[in-house]
Structures are given as C-alpha cells and as structure tokens.
Design a binder for this molecule. Structure first.
Ligand code: UTP
Length: 298
C-alpha cells in the first residue's frame, strides 16, 4: 500500500435490533449523546483525522441521517430572521463539516457487504473505515483522534491497520480478536498481527486485543470480501477478509488511546451520555449535583 488516506467509509446501514423499539423508525446513529447525534461524533473524528471525503453506507430507513448533514432552508431562514446567530452558526457548521456522499446497502447482509457497497467510490486506493456506532472520546485534547492514531501507524508501515483495545477475557466472544506475531506486546501502541479470530471463547482467544471499529484497509479487501462465504449468521462478515489480507501481506494493530462507547448497546449510550453531560457547559453542574444526590439513595 502506498498512497495517502483521503477517503473514509462509515457503515451505518445496520438494523440496530439491540436498540428496538426506538430503531424501528430512528436510525441508531441519530441517537443523541446529550444534544449531538452519534454520527456527528464519528464524522468529526474522521475530519479531525485529516480526511474530508466520506461515504456513509445507509439503508432505506436512514433518511433522517442523510437530512441531518444537508441544509434545512426553512430552519436556517427562520433562525436568520429571528437573529438567532449562535444557533444558525451551529446548524451551518454541520452542513459544511465534510464532503459527504451516500450509498445504499439494499439488505443488511453484514459489515463485509456494507463495505463492498463502497467499491466504486474507493477507486483502488487504501481507505479508512469507521463504524457508525462506535464512539471514541479523548478528554485530553493533546491526544490524537482514534482514527488518526491508526493512520499514523499506516503511514509508518504501509500495511493494513486494525484499531484495537484491550478487553477482559469474558468479553472476547463479542469481538474479532487479533493474534499478535510476538508474545511480548504489553501496552505497545502498535502490534504486528498474524491473524484474527472472530468471537473466540476466552480459552481460545489468542490475545485480549479486540478490533473496535476503526480500520485502514487496502483496496484488495474488496476481492477478499467477494470471495468470502456466508457466515453461520447468514451474513457477509468482514473478519475473514481481514484475516486473508493479514496472512497475505501482513498487518498491524493500533492500540487506540481513548474512552470507547459502543452506542449500539443501551449501556454504551447511557455511559456516553453521562460522561458527556458531566462535561457539557450548559448542564454539567445540574447533572453532577443530580448524580451526587442519586448516589446517596443507591
Ligand atoms: P452492528 O452489528 O453493531 O450493527 O454493526 P447492527 O446490525 O445494526 O446491530 P444490532 O446487532 O442489530 O443491534 C456495526 C456497524 O456496521 C453497520 C451498522 O450500522 C453499524 O454501524 N452495518 C452492519 C451495516 O452498515 N450493514 C450491515 O449489514 C450490518
């Protein structure tokens, strides 16, 4: 892999069944962390990582997400007439965050299939993938965004990079777990990868480093996905294609620094909301007092 990373894909076409009933009509990526939808956190991470061209993979019931990054003439005119300058600025900033395009995944056939929908957009270059429901927040602003940490490792080695974080042994069966090349990897920021095992039981896990929704992929991944067979869940997964690239060309994992929230799970969204509310200038005091009072009763 040679080129610079200039494009990012955000798969956001999943059904969000863990979040029903709200996801019956509201995309889970539009669920807010206080007052900002999850997808805006994701798009901002991409932009802060130096990428402006973004393709979001959506499905037929994700139109709210598409509308969110578009202009809303009526709202903007009303805010302008009423002199609500601050609100207008916030809205206009969202319209101009990045150069965003969309592609539809016809059926939710899995993450591999969602990425395959981006094949024509990518044009034979390496590219970034960041999942639409996996938020990483760094309160310490001197630390680079999660995706940028992966890009830095890609630029050093010019090989596929998988964003990972350390998980406890009883969680390995929820993730793709990397098999490191060397045994002694404690707290390294980059880890050479030999293979990946999808959702291993703790006793079979080759490490405790789980792939967490940030990837720098070579264009050859498309052919590997096309050659993948359906998983036991009847989906086209991404892991077999990642494994094939790692075996063929080698790969690195980036041990990402940052607090990660799985917004696809209820507890993940609740945690993110509390943490962000405690940092939100309008409500932090009220929320902090409320939590202190609540804690006394627990
Ligand atoms: P998840 O497995 O977390 O999403 O996929 P899901 O299928 O919506 O979740 P549940 O299990 O039903 O609650 C991770 C990311 O990949 C996208 C999702 O939108 C999410 O951002 N995805 C998943 C697709 O774009 N297409 C798919 O077919 C599956």
């Amino acid at each position: 892999m040679k080129n610079k990373i200039t494009k990012a894909i955000i798969p956001a076409a999943g059904l969000g069944t863990r979040f029903l009933p709200v996801t019956k009509s509201i995309p889970k990526e539009m669920l807010p962390i206080v007052d900002i939808p999850t997808i805006q956190y994701i798009v901002e991470e991409v932009v802060k990582s130096g990428i402006n061209n973004i393709l979001i993979v959506v499905s037929s019931n994700k139109n709210d997400l598409v509308d969110y990054f578009d202009s809303n003439f009526e709202l903007e005119e009303t805010l302008r007439k009423k002199g609500k300058v601050k609100e207008l600025e916030i809205i206009e900033k969202i319209n101009n965050l990045a150069n965003i395009q969309y592609v539809r995944q016809k059926y939710p056939k899995g993450l591999g299939d969602a990425i395959l929908c981006a094949k024509n957009y990518i044009n034979n270059e390496p590219f970034a993938v960041i999942l639409g429901d996996d938020v990483i927040i760094n309160k310490d602003k001197t630390i680079q965004p999660g995706l940028k940490q992966c890009i830095d490792i890609y630029e050093k080695h010019k090989k596929m990079v998988l964003g990972v974080q350390h998980v406890s042994y009883d969680e390995t069966d929820k993730y793709g777990i990397i098999q490191p090349k060397n045994k002694n990897i404690n707290s390294n920021s980059e880890i050479e990868v030999e293979g990946i095992i999808e959702k291993p039981k703790p006793e079979n896990a080759p490490s405790q480093y789980a792939v967490i929704g940030r990837y720098i992929l070579p264009p050859e991944i498309f052919e590997k996905i096309e050659n993948s067979s359906l998983s036991s869940r009847g989906e086209i997964e991404l892991t077999p294609a990642l494994e094939a690239i790692a075996k063929q060309d080698g790969a690195y994992a980036c041990n990402i620094i940052g607090e990660r929230y799985d917004i696809g799970s209820k507890f993940g969204l609740i945690k993110a909301t509390i943490d962000e509310a405690l940092d939100h200038k309008e409500v932090k005091e009220e929320v902090s007092n409320y939590i202190k009072e609540l804690a006394k009763k627990l």
